[in-house]
Write a protein that binds this ligand. Sequence first.
Ligand code: PA5
Length: 446
Amino acid sequence: MLGLNYSFMMAETIGQKGITGRKLESFRVRALEALEEIKRKRLPGLAFTELPWQDVSPVREAAKKLKELDYFLLLGIGGSALGPKCILEALSPFHNLRADKGPKVFIYENVDPSTLQSIIACLDIKRTGVNVISKSGGTSETMASFMILHEMMEKALGGEARNRFVLTTDPEKGDLRKLAAEGMGSLAIPPGVGGRYSVLSPVGLLMAEVIGVDSRELLAGAKEAHGKCMAGEFWENPAIVAATLFYVMQRDEGRKIDVLIPYADRLKSFSEWFCQLWSESLGKQGRGLTPYPSVGTTDQHSQVQLWMEGPEDKIITFLRVEDYGADFIIPDVFSRYEGMSFLRGQSLAGLIKAEEEATELALAKAGRPNMSITIPGIDAYHLGQLFYFFELVTVLTGHFLDVNPFDQPSVEEGKKLTFGLMGKKGFEDKKREVVQARDKKSQFTA
Ligand code: PA5
């Protein structure tokens, strides 16, 4: 099970910029009440807590067919792309360069035409399976790329094209579901599971199976995290302690920027997944916490100066890996140079872990609060734990901030203005608004 070490968040270790044990203790009852409320499912959107027990056979069935092809293209955006991307990069790094790993995988998560052109240049369209993911079944970006791909595949394959698509969407609502009812393959995202909480639904599980990862392992890890983080305890419950620390640090110390720094390239996408979860869930009504994605050791040479000496507005959360599943011993070469000789005989895993530990301490010595989450290794089981843990921490933190962690009302206005510009029926007034704003926008230019 992942472990949380929050020693360097505490006043007992880092001095007055930390939180006292007494303050945390005073928050215990409120935090446990929040957990009880979540357990009684009195918040909407909590269906993600049931995902670890889902039946994965439809996903495995769909993956079996897709694996017979040479290319797998995922179309989706936001929560419908970041989770699968994270699974791909964490569990099958450099996937497309490995001949033994099944279909080559591409994720198109934007509407940048040059990216689509580059992806299409890599595909043999006749040997491609496409997974279109959209919970709402109507997100413009995803629909646009779906329409393009569908036409392209129909031209190449005729009637067979429809068998190459898997539509992952709501079980009842939306245009994708209607298309599924007309005979296209589909998978269902359970109704109460929102986009950014959907990684452990068919959204992420299909990617796992296609790249040869047993999706049940992800769910088994999530189940263990559920057992630990739903337990009615405070001090032994890493999710509740972490959420309390994030909340109290922003409320009492003004620390509103949360850096997540995994010390593993394979978890870089995990930081990005976390950023979307944290931003869209918590940033509302003038409240919220700003996530910052990072990766160690790389960002030690980019960000750490700022974290050590810059504004006192951050909490740094390290993600430590015990076993990298690979290692190299640094050989005894160039030992006449002091800058290199001390490294000989040591391992790369030893070096990255030493750097992580040293950076934690350096920040602590400067009175900069930080905590660490440790996982034994980067595998499906522990990735499942990480997903579930951070989802629950997000919901708990949202509860403390008194915001609804499951909606994203402010994304809507930009969407409506885009509909207006693109001529969607019923949004004519939005088009007028954009056109009028162009005058305003042309007033100050340089
Ligand atoms: O978390 C969310 O709800 C959003 O980020 C969505 O995932 C994103 O907007 C894509 O929506 P959809 O899956 O409906 O296409």
